[in-house]
Ligand binder design. Sequence first.
Ligand code: CFM
Length: 507
Amino acid sequence: MPYKLFEVDKEIPEREKHIYVKDSRDPSEEIPACNSKTIPGCMTERGCAFAGVKGVITGAVKDVAHVVHSPVGCTSYGYGTKRYPTTSELPNGEKFPIENFNLKYIIGTDLKESDVVFGGMKKLRQSILEAAKEFPEANAIYTYATCTTGLIGDDIDAVAKELTQEIGKDVVAFNAPGFSGPTQSKGHHVGNHTLFENLVGTKEPLETTPYDVNLIGEYNIDGDLWILKPYLEEMGIRVLSTFTGDCCHDEICWMHRAKLSLVRCQRSATYIADLIEKKYGVPYMKVDFFGPRYCAENLRAIGKYFGLEKEAEKVIKNRMDVLYPQLEFYREKLQGKKVYVFSGGPKNWHIPQPLVEELGMEIVAVSTMFEHEDGYKKIKERVGEGTVIFDDPNSLELEELVEEYCPDIILSGVKEKYLAHKLGVPCVLIHSYENGPYIGFEGFLNLTKDIYAAIYNPVWKFLEFEDEIKASEVEKGLLDTNLDNRVQIEGTEVEDVQKYNKKGEVE
Ligand code: CFM
């Protein structure tokens, strides 16, 4: 019986097909139903299509001004971006005058009711012109449709086209209103196509070399890119463009000149690698740099492509020699600990296997917000028998999962972190990280240290959940189980001790 219906889903039995328990005897097509609309009645953890384009794809570009065409809510939501820091360096050797510009500023059209009734295009025009005036250093302006402006039908493409002429800089319109797809994944898709159609091929790089690559789907989360780039550079490979971590508007414009594209996040960015290959003949290679084994294998593959095998081996050896002695301590501490992994998609197939292989941990469950069939197949390949693989979990399922499978740690995002803590389970953020970066050899050690610190944090000893108190006190013979609201510890009767249920509520 490979599919599972949680107790809490009795009223929504449609959830069953989204929750698959790995059985290696099943054909590989057997995976959870995915990439469809959230079932009504579920409190989903997903994001919207606008989040997919602005929050993931374009928000990392360091020298553009972002104008969100929306009531103020979506604009402020768009401001709370991922942690993708940037340097000030521009490809021409100059410096962008505002540090981390991409994290510091967002511009909105602040739509009001009357704009919804009479149309918001005038306001969008004004806001873009104001943004151009306020931030003359910005090398382009990106503007976004949202649910409201999508519904009233404002033609943001027309405004962008007109203002590109007027301002003399690229103004690019992204048409991914929040509701336009089941998840943020729709926004990734729109973002890729919009950037490809409007920008790629419109500029030429200052110079090219035979070893130029595009690093696609690498957003520099907490500095991931700054771990990977030196590996490639030490091998003699030059990153011509990143898509889009720490990148400039111009880098996207000349992606067609690379010799090879490396696709890091294969959910959010394979689209553009595909488009570039079809139109400009630049081949692409899918890469995985999470965990030492995958990292080494993929660096070898890149080395082989460019005839830089020896250089790749050197990079790998240098890092492995430092990493492995340090991992020993943690392996001993983390052996056998149970893990539940919940990310957007790809990190669910990147992260579990290295935890098993390098640290001896056990993966009890993985779930994703928006993964598609190809990703679920990879997840299924990389987890062990009996692992629960589920799509778009709702909050109640998360609670039931924790009670049934008792993970020692949850690796997830900030929305789940405090729920996990309320349930008494340590949690490490794997979207934006705790003390990242988490990619590459050094990053794997950072992740390991954060997992260790979370599990062995002394705070967990102070939990006062009823079950735990009873279990441990009964074990020690200290608790008279006949006393109901009283707990007797070491012979002293303590009155009116508050009782807590599993969720930490006072009963
Ligand atoms: Fe790609 Fe990403 Fe991810 Fe993603 Fe994301 Fe992310 Fe993620 Mo959070 S781009 S799909 S939309 S690897 S923000 S850095 S961690 S859900 S698995």
